[in-house]
Design a binder for this molecule. Structure first.
Ligand code: C2O
Length: 504
């Protein structure tokens, strides 16, 4: 294993998209930002230098950060932000993980433009559990606003209504030619015939769960959130903000240009949402530049059956080499109604054990909950002893929004042991849990008007944020934190904070 050094200069950069130019916050002047490459077991040192007028922090989304919570990044949870003119070195070792993840700013809405890919290769000499692809391009999906990010944030903070809808989705930073600015260029991936390409897909959008499709090509899913899955073929990928998916594409079609389409998914379409389709091109080398592009249309915005069939196909690989270590017993069984209060900001000395109690179950998710079940803000965390097993049922009340809530847990992967529509029934639903090969991930869509059950082992001491990865919902309070105590063993305590940890 090696030590990898990166320098992230956070700088403003004039950037033109959709026929207009604005100054955006970037890393090293790039949108999306630079890709970080490392191998499993490597130590990564990233010096982040803040040269903009905003406070900044960076999160390495999905990196477990075993005992190094100081490098996790969410502002005011595990660190104070890096102030203008200051710097901080994120220092962490990648343990027991390989695959595609992402990094992004973790303060206000800065991640709109401050994000990029984090690729963890297997240890030297360790193969993938599938034939090695010929190429492994990174494909980052995002959103673009013509307004300044600041204006978009302010609208969300002030109005309490749906925020300024983005003007376009993007594929590797570009909306593609089908948009309200016809001259805009799109991302083009040049491919050779008869090869395999593993696309490392990342959804870095702020507020949109997305469908992904390529005209004329099947997609074989082999990994999600940097965990291997049982490979399966599909036409359409569903990917929520914060999620990653590796898919293998074989270039077995005739030479030509094939449209890549990205469009939003919502259970219940709302008029005021961004429904633009971002496009890119899979371009077989040797294709004449004036030849037409094979077209594909993405699923309709409310294609719940397409979404469900994709999600139901996801299973952990669970091979001898990569066993699914699903907790078979539960020390803490929690029930959270999405939208119910859950909390914030680690201020020293306020951790208490009296986290708000579970709401009654079965929970009446239809209509407005009675009895003070609305969102609270506070400084309480849910406290877990080291190595406890935890089950959380997340019930979407259906009162917040028509979309799934992609809930992300920092510091852990979890197993999605159950999922259903309607009210979670604590008597019958657990009988159907998959405790053998459920998908393992770090971000899970809680279905609108339904629930998911996740399990994890609290084997990472520190304070770990859990929140909806729709940025607007994080802003509105769909967030809480777990505090995992140190264990008694020699390697079971959080390491001391680094000397350059920013101060507030
Ligand atoms: Cu990718 Cu707390 O976020």
């Amino acid at each position: 294993c090696r030590v990898r050094h990166y320098q992230f200069n956070v700088v403003m950069k004039n950037t033109t998209r959709l026929c207009s130019t604005k100054s955006i916050v970037t890393v090293n002047g790039k949108f999306p930002g630079p890709t970080i490459y490392a191998r499993e077991d490597d130590t990564v040192l990233i010096r982040v230098i803040n040269r903009v007028k905003y406070n900044v922090s960076i999160h390495w989304h999905g990196v477990r950060q075993l005992r190094t919570g100081w490098a996790d990044g969410p502002a005011y949870i595990t660190q104070c932000p890096i102030q203008p003119g200051h710097s901080y070195v994120y220092n962490f070792t990648i343990t027991g993980q390989r695959g595609t993840l992402l990094w992004h700013a973790h303060i206000l809405w800065l991640r709109a433009t401050v994000h990029g890919a984090l690729v963890i290769l297997p240890k030297l000499g360790v193969p993938y559990p599938f034939p090695k692809p010929d190429h492994e391009p990174v494909v980052v999906l995002g959103e673009w606003w013509k307004s300044d990010t600041e204006a978009v944030i302010n609208q969300a903070l002030k109005s309490g209504l749906a925020p300024n809808v983005s003007d376009s989705h993007t594929i590797n930073g570009h909306p593609g030619p089908i948009s309200n600015c016809p001259t805009t260029g799109g991302y083009s991936l040049t491919v050779s015939p008869g090869k395999t390409y593993m696309l490392r897909l990342i959804n870095a959008a702020l507020n949109e769960e997305l469908f992904f499709k390529i005209a004329g090509h099947k997609l074989t899913v082999v990994e999600v959130d940097a965990t291997y899955v049982k490979p399966f073929q599909t036409d359409t990928i569903l990917i929520a903000p914060g999620q990653t998916t590796n898919v293998i594409v074989t270039t077995n079609q005739n030479a030509g240009k094939y449209m890549v389409a990205v469009s939003p998914f919502m259970d219940t379409p709302v008029v005021a949402v961004d429904n633009t389709t971002a496009t890119a091109t899979l371009h077989y080398s040797g294709t004449l530049s004036n030849s037409p592009t094979f077209f594909t249309s993405p699923p309709p915005q409310n294609a719940t059956p397409v979404a469900n069939s994709f999600l139901n196909s996801l299973r952990s690989l669970n091979s001898r080499k990569y066993p699914a270590r699903v907790p078979q017993t539960v020390d803490h069984s929690l029930f959270f109604a999405v939208g119910l209060g859950a909390h914030v900001f680690n201020v020293k000395g306020v951790f208490t054990a009296d986290f708000p109690g579970n709401p009654p179950i079965p929970f009446n998710y239809t209509g407005t909950p009675k009895g003070g079940l609305g969102t609270n803000t506070g400084t309480k965390v849910y406290r877990l002893e080291y190595n406890a097993t935890v089950q959380v049922v997340l019930q979407d009340t259906g009162i917040i929004a028509p979309e799934n809530h992609p809930v992300h847990l920092h510091g852990f992967n979890f197993f999605a042991v159950g999922r259903g529509l309607g009210n979670f029934n604590p008597k019958t639903d657990p009988k159907n849990f998959n405790l053998v090969d459920p998908v393992e991930r770090n971000t899970i869509g809680v279905p609108s008007g339904g629930w998911v059950a996740i399990r994890f082992r609290a084997d990472n001491p520190g304070v770990w944020f859990m929140h909806c990865h729709l940025e607007v919902h994080t802003t509105w309070g769909l967030k809480m934190a777990f505090l995992v105590d140190n264990g008694k063993g020699p390697n079971e305590s959080i390491l001391p904070p680094p000397k350059d940890l920013p101060k507030c």
